[in-house]
Design a protein around this ligand. Sequence first.
Ligand code: HEM
Length: 401
Amino acid sequence: MAADTLLERITDYANRANPYPLYAELRDAGSVVQQADGSYMVGTYHEITALLHDPRMSADPRSRTTPSPGPSEETARLPFLRLDDPEHHRLRTLAMRPFGPPHSPGRVDAMRGEITRITAELMESFQTAPQIDIVDDFAYPLPVTVICRLLGVPREDEPLFRQWSDTIVASADVTTEEDTTERDRAGRQAREEMGAYLVGLADQHRGRPTGDMLSAFANEPDPAMRLTPEELAETAVLLLIAGHETTVNLITNGVLTLLRQREHLDLLRREPDLLPRAVEELLRYEPPVHMRERIPRTDLDVAGTTIPKGAPVVLVLASGNRDPKRFHEPDRFDPTRPDNEHLGFGSGIHLCYGAPLARLEAQAALGALIPHLSTARLLQDPPPYRQNAMLRGPRHLPVQL
Ligand code: HEM
């Protein structure tokens, strides 16, 4: 099959349940593979890592000079995830301040008890149910409740921003569709509405700090450290969406993997101390984020191919995680794997800022679920997946307890 149809096949919903053989094809086709539309794909670990750390690569969609399989965010306002330094660094630093100083027990550590309590409450609610949906009954409500609590967003408003979140995430997906005008318009509108809602909430906290992040943003005493209303909107939207769309897939993929490979379920039940390593292995083996886009600011030589300035480059993180040149037996799930420097949280200056929180949540969730899974049975395998190819995960995971 010609390499230029690879992205089409990867984004084809029919391949969502198992894109990994296509990633192997991508790596076999070369480290850098050009697509028919002039964009590029990179699927090998060392090249992806080098590009994520290369200061000549931009995360800003305005650096593109050719059409892109990614979103066409033609907006002046972008979250810092899509900005380059020095602007990215300034906003990331400001956004991280309420999380607590780096390398010290901050707000995330303080959430430990809260996460355990929310987990226990959710478990309680389905103790007697013969059948549950791991996504709707557990993996989704946990991170959403946690991020709402952290940001200071009323949990009752969740149905409202679930819709916004779905629309924004759909508009950011990688696609080979030619006309994305309507998708992009809906994404922009949802982003604006959600941003306005969050700025409104922050305004209510001004002068009345309540200990949450929106309130910390609104009451920053140092004018040099203050976010503008636009920056606050983009940052809060980014955090709320990250809290909605990623950890849910990590927890669900964890249950799916352990129910498919019961020897590991038994191992983790006997040795719960292995759980942190098992979560790292899940981030390698079944990562929630499969792809990210970058654009070179100058012509760039990568593994013998020149990628022209401005050409979109899709970095397939999930393929790098299965690269046999980097990982021994990469298609094997091994919760005791040593030297597991996966790309699940990215790498370089955009390395995931919520990683400590996501790790804590996944460890708490799987730790609570594992003792109840010994007699559990998957009711649908493969389960139905969400449409999204970039943020990939099951839409539902029905399990008989
Ligand atoms: C299992 C859960 C998660 C996964 C797999 C994940 C993955 C990632 C990845 C791969 C990136 C890098 C994107 C790039 O290089 O373009 C990233 C960035 C980011 N993540 Fe996460 N994430 C998770 C949870 C979270 C949570 C819970 C939050 C917020 C509380 C969060 C906030 C962010 C932010 C703000 C960035 C942008 C960082 C920057 O541009 O400097 N993430 N995440």
